[in-house]
Design a protein around this ligand. Sequence first.
Ligand SMILES: NC(=O)c1ccc[n+]([C@@H]2O[C@H](COP(=O)([O-])OP(=O)(O)OC[C@H]3O[C@@H](n4cnc5c(N)ncnc54)[C@H](OP(=O)(O)O)[C@@H]3O)[C@@H](O)[C@H]2O)c1
Length: 285
Amino acid sequence: MLRKIMVTGACSNLGRSVVQLLEIQSNIEVVALAQDELDILDEEMVLLTVERLKPSTIINCAGFNDVAAAESRLATKLEVNTRGLCNLARAAAKFKVYLCSFSSKYVFNGKNSDPYDEDDDKWPLNQYGNSKHGGEEMVANQLENYLIIRSDLLYGGGGEDWVSRIKEELGAGRSLAVSDDFFIAPTYIGDLAAAAVALVSEWAAGVYHYTNDAGNGVSCYEFARTVAERAGLDSSLLKPTPMAEIDFGGPLNLPERAILGLDQFKKIFPSLVRPWQEALASYMG
Ligand SMILES: NC(=O)c1ccc[n+]([C@@H]2O[C@H](COP(=O)([O-])OP(=O)(O)OC[C@H]3O[C@@H](n4cnc5c(N)ncnc54)[C@H](OP(=O)(O)O)[C@@H]3O)[C@@H](O)[C@H]2O)c1
């Protein structure tokens, strides 16, 4: 039977990858909606669209992800992570639709020395983390049949990202201060999209973590150095810098080592987890 999947925020970096993967599956009909086709902050339009299209599944790839900007001037844009997701959850509850959406490691405070399990205590340190945590709660409070996938720093997908920024700055001969005490599990967006499609195919429910495997985390500096070396750029232009000395345009609390544990995902799809170095190498060629 044909499964109808509605993708919101379909023009996001992640949305484009998800749509591409869904479109090659013969048993799936994809309806990809960019923001100008469905603004998820418009509650009435969300309800009308879900009623009209009658999808069995919604995959929400819309979001506001600028962690530094979220602290101040762009704070209202954060509503897409909370009220926008709440609108989708309300429509999903009304029309009995399975909803998948994406969250972030920023729901955690980064004080654990080991990777976080899905149900560890949430303790966001900044506005972005608050908005992702709030969105998760709104989904969980309204739905039983939902999937939340938390991830870490994404690259790839065609838009601007950390890899393109490093290449641009170093390529122009400019030095770049990069934190050596903020730890991440950098993740190729195509791998996250494949993981999401695999989970959605199984109607997986609840919260899952998915990143490329970085063990207990890699520093931003080490990641940037690896990007520079792979691109044949001068890695000495990268300046290892404590997070507290990096200019984010204002005060910003960051979770220094919020690494997402992958055990739950690995139990179902072990072959879809690969080391971050391998993912980066296959992306950069
Ligand atoms: N990027 C990361 O490092 C990262 C890490 C962990 C989790 N995530 C999560 O993964 C998801 C996708 O992230 P991404 O980096 O692919 O996003 P992205 O490229 O920054 O794109 C965000 C998209 O959301 C759309 N959007 C914003 N407000 C909207 C609204 N009211 N209605 C409908 N669409 C709206 C934007 O539309 P326009 O194109 O019209 O502006 C844009 O296409 C998000 O939930 C994000 O929190 C991202």
